[in-house]
Design a protein. Structure first.
Ligand code: SF4
Length: 488
């Protein structure tokens, strides 16, 4: 079959959407954020290896015009067109499908993503889409759907479709048991080199060491109430690829593509498992990869223990993206974070003493908070940013977003926290206040971003610049910060 996985171009007031591989959606002025859509990249790779003709057309990150995009898509003559969507732009995608369906007569259309995993029937009721592919492993499910469309297998679980006047499915989406059985992403097909973010050294490549947020020694993974992928995609569980399988992929990235930095965009990386880190260190030593690449990763603060910091240092971890989320334990517990703020502070400081760069992420606009709570978040963020500052330390601040289907959205309905906009999907783009807030969300978001401009932070960062690569990174960081500042 001829299968196209696409992101149609979309702009709003000169801003571009952060869609693929983004848990939280917004339109931004920053042109420095191009996150590689990993599961769609797996999807086209699996399909190509199965002998299908595939087109990976990310018009958003390629900066394509509508005209150029349409031309390329039509020239490909797809038989199946697949889109990833999210809550704030789902109505745009419904309209897009309805508009394009008559123009691509031989094509059927499928849609996937977090929102449709919670509400699969809705897209079939509101658009002419043929299939809704649910669950986080939509790469594997999509490949099974294509096999079914060829008449070689039954319809897989997790796909919703029309049958006359009815909407049917073969049951809930399943998680693929053995992630090592998936092929390595075809980097050429997916144009890996156009992607990257301001805080990563180039050339950089994104990987997934696993799927889902794990916790050392715990049966269930992370359960933060706002965490859309952990709930919509990963069934609150975590799976890891084997260290050998990950090392093999990194070896290809380093040797064939000359990648300098690898970013692990798994929910909480693989750093939650000490056994994994130990085995991974052995693997990269065995392959002579130690010192040939650097790796950065998402991480829960609770994992920044002495033992793991030592191991990560030995492996070559550079930057850790850590969720602070809020500056009070009360707020952390209300969002199901399962960590205390004192522990987060202690663990982040330990990581900084080990020399890791830390990117903090935090949110504002929790409906139960008052001014002193957000001041406390600001205070903690600033304390951590100014603690043993090294070039590369940074933060990201955003407004809490209760996407429909998440436990946070259910809490918001129960407690009357939603504003009227909370029923309008297109307003869940961080431009509107979806939850009632007792302070000015945009003001506090911008204030947090502005910690980057604190003179002490700037001087300490500047004095720890070490290389030409650092200077290039700093320039990209400044451009990105200017874009973010315009957003708020
Ligand atoms: S720690 Fe992060 S990845 Fe894990 S559930 Fe919470 S928000 Fe999601």
């Amino acid at each position: 079959m001829r299968v196209a996985f696409i992101y149609p171009p979309l702009f709003m007031d000169g801003k571009i959407p952060l869609l693929g591989q983004n848990r939280q959606f917004k339109f931004t002025h920053s042109k420095e954020i191009k996150i590689f859509p990993l599961i769609p990249a797996y999807a086209v790779t699996i399909l190509k290896q199965a002998g299908h003709e595939v087109l990976f057309l990310d018009a958003i990150n390629r900066g394509m015009t509508g005209e150029a995009f349409e031309k390329e898509l039509k020239a490909f003559k797809p038989e199946l067109v697949v889109l990833e969507t999210k809550t704030p732009i789902i109505k745009f995608h419904w309209e897009w499908i309805d508009y394009f369906k008559p123009q691509l007569e031989s094509a059927r259309f499928a849609i996937c993503g977090d929102h449709v995993s919670f509400f699969p029937e809705e897209s079939i009721q509101n658009s002419r889409v043929d299939f809704v592919v649910t669950g986080g492993d939509f790469d594997v499910t999509l490949a099974a759907l294509v096999t079914h469309l060829e008449g070689k297998a039954v319809m897989p679980p997790g796909v919703y479709f029309r049958d006359g006047m009815e909407i049917k499915s073969m049951g809930k989406a399943e998680l693929h048991r053995n992630l090592d059985s998936l092929p390595f992403i075809d980097r050429d097909l997916t144009r890996w080199d156009i992607y990257g973010e301001a805080y990563l050294y180039r050339p950089c490549a994104y990987i997934l060491t696993g799927r889902g947020c794990g916790r050392e020694g715990k049966e269930t993974g992370g359960v933060c109430t706002f965490c859309i992928w952990q709930h919509a995609f990963w069934q609150r569980k975590a799976r890891l690829r084997s260290p050998k399988n990950v090392a093999e992929e990194i070896e290809i990235l380093v040797k064939k593509y000359k990648v300098h930095e690898v970013f692990d965009d798994n929910e909480s990386g693989a750093v939650w498992s000490q056994v994994w880190l130990e085995a991974f260190l052995v693997e990269i030593e065995k392959r002579g990869l130690k010192g040939k690449f650097i790796i950065s990763s998402n991480a829960r603060a609770e994992n920044l223990t002495e033992e793991k910091c030592r191991l990560m240092k030995a492996i070559g971890y550079r930057l850790l993206k850590v969720g602070l989320e809020a500056g009070t334990t009360d707020s952390l517990h209300r969002i199901g974070k399962l960590e205390n703020v004192e522990d987060i502070i202690e663990n982040v400081k330990r990581a900084k003493r080990y020399g890791f760069k830390v990117m903090l992420t935090m949110m504002v606009g929790y409906p139960w908070e008052d001014l002193k709570d957000v001041e406390q978040t600001y205070k903690v963020a600033k304390e951590l940013m100014l603690y043993k500052t090294h070039f590369g330390d940074s933060l990201q601040a955003s407004i809490i977003m209760p996407y429909p289907g998440t436990p946070l959205y259910r809490d918001a309905e129960k407690h009357g926290w939603l504003t009227e906009d909370g029923k309008d999907y297109e307003k869940m783009d961080m431009e509107h206040d979806i939850l009632k807030s007792h302070y000015d969300n945009k003001y506090w978001c911008q204030k947090m971003w502005n910690i980057h401009k604190d003179p002490v932070f700037l001087i300490k960062s500047f004095l720890s610049l070490r290389s030409i690569r650092d200077i290039a990174l700093a320039l990209r960081g400044v451009k990105s910060l200017l874009g973010h500042n315009k957003d708020y």
